[in-house]
Design a protein around this ligand. Structure first.
Ligand SMILES: Nc1nc2c(c(=O)[nH]1)N[C@H]1C(S)=C(S)[C@@H](COP(=O)(O)O)O[C@H]1N2
Ligand SMILES: [Mo]
Length: 403
């Protein structure tokens, strides 16, 4: 597989119709014929016409829930985008990944070397943002941040090399315990410009087997080179961990005896209830994602005629080895009685399952509710505690309907 940066993803560019006030709707125009496309001064973004834009700069966008569940593998045009800064434009022919820190043999690898020196693996895994479903916290107490509905999640086939292979090749030194990732984007953080970074325990990096490594360095998504907004030319993918650990535009890997000092490990992605330095310092960074599920169809506010409705959605298990979704149940009476859903996709480690059922509804049905149970017998909670940054909302998902 070779990369030609000149032919990538350049056919569609976005135009922001600032003057019309329609930008929030995420308006896009095919600019194939318009020469001004390259002078927008904006990132060479993906075609995101299929996504609902939650913020433009940086770009944050998610698909409509009904589009999300059209297939087990989420196509790129329906895959959420979560950026903290502008998408960097990287010349893949100049690009080098460095691996250093507590290693005997620091590495500098071009994409080609990475592809040639390490066996390519393709791994299906679900990626989800820690802020997925954040919008639902607002009913308890408002939260800031990108106002995600339940579609900041997607399931893709990731092609790349096992991180463990790179680390073995670089010959780990004694005392190595954590693996840091650093992206090439430049995030404005207060008065500073910082890289988006993170780290995972070395144990996680070395875990797994050939079919499911603990972590990967990825250059392909769904059989094609990563798109610009999803990390071209290289990103980490950490199955079972929150999306933030799957660092895009990955330029640097550092092996260390401690977690990364980067803001996105030390400051963000922690469960706190107050803006309080002490509480923040004491809290552990979030790594594993929790069990979750959502109803994706019918849409909120849909009118249900008759006494049955077809309900569809996704569910995923806690991101721990060996956990899969065992059961999904849906209720039309607020959780007094539950009907089992039929699984539409197989149980697979670190992957979501799509499900569906024909549910009987009554004249009193005000909303539909879903909850999932995993193979270890853990069921999604009915309620969750509020947290300041709106992470890990995984209470029963409720969708209001009209009769
Ligand atoms: N370099 C970099 N990596 C990043 C981010 C980012 O802003 N910069 N966002 C992270 C977050 S919070 C998530 S949820 C995932 C989203 O990946 P996606 O945009 O491909 O869906 O990327 C992660 N990796
Ligand atoms: Mo995220």
């Amino acid at each position: 597989m070779s990369f030609n940066p000149n032919v990538r993803h350049s056919v569609r560019r976005r135009v922001f119709l600032q003057a019309t006030g329609l930008t929030a709707a995420g308006l896009w125009i095919d600019l194939r014929q318009l020469a001004l496309a390259d002078h927008q001064g904006r990132t060479a973004g993906d075609n995101i016409s299929q996504l609902i834009v939650r913020s433009e700069e940086p770009l944050n966008a998610e698909p409509a829930l009904e589009k999300l569940i059209q297939s087990r593998i989420t196509p790129v045009e329906h895959f959420y985008i979560r950026n903290h800064a502008a998408t960097p434009q990287i010349d893949a022919s100049q690009f080098r990944l460095t691996v250093d820190g507590l290693v005997h043999r620091p590495l500098q690898l071009s994409i080609e070397q990475l592809q040639q020196q390490f066996p390519q693996q393709t791994v299906e895994a679900t990626l989800t943002c820690a802020g997925n479903r954040r919008i639902e916290f607002n009913a308890m107490k408002p939260v800031g941040g990108v106002q995600w509905d339940a579609a900041a999640i997607g399931n893709a086939e990731w092609g790349g090399a096992a991180l463990s292979k790179l680390l073995q090749h670089s010959e780990l030194q004694e005392g190595a315990k954590h693996v840091w990732f650093e992206g090439l984007d430049k995030v404005q953080h207060g008065d500073e410009t910082i890289a988006f970074g993170g780290s995972i325990p070395l144990d996680k990096a070395m875990a797994g087997d050939r079919s499911m490594p603990g972590a990967l360095v990825v250059y392909e998504m769904n059989g094609r080179p990563l798109s610009p907004d999803h990390g071209y030319p290289l990103r980490s993918v950490v199955p079972g961990y929150i999306g933030a650990r799957s660092v895009k535009w990955l330029g640097k890997i550092v092996v260390s005896d401690r977690p990364s000092p980067n803001h996105y490990i030390q400051g963000a992605y922690k469960l706190v209830t107050r803006d309080d330095d002490e509480q923040l310092a004491a809290a552990e960074p979030i790594q594993v994602f929790p069990i979750n599920s959502a109803i994706c169809s019918p849409a909120a506010g849909a009118l249900i005629r008759g006494d049955r409705v077809r309900v569809r959605g996704y569910a995923m298990a806690r991101g721990e080895p060996g956990r899969t979704v065992a059961r999904v149940e849906v209720s039309a009476d607020g959780g007094q009685s539950w009907s089992p859903a039929t699984m539409a996709t197989a149980a697979k480690a670190f992957c979501w399952r799509l499900w569906q059922l024909e549910l009987a509804v009554s004249a009193d049905t005000k909303y539909l509710v879903v909850r999932a149970t995993d193979s270890a017998g853990h069921t999604q909670p009915e309620h969750v505690d509020w947290n300041l940054k709106g992470y890990l909302f995984n209470a029963w998902h409720r969708v209001p309907v009209r009769r």
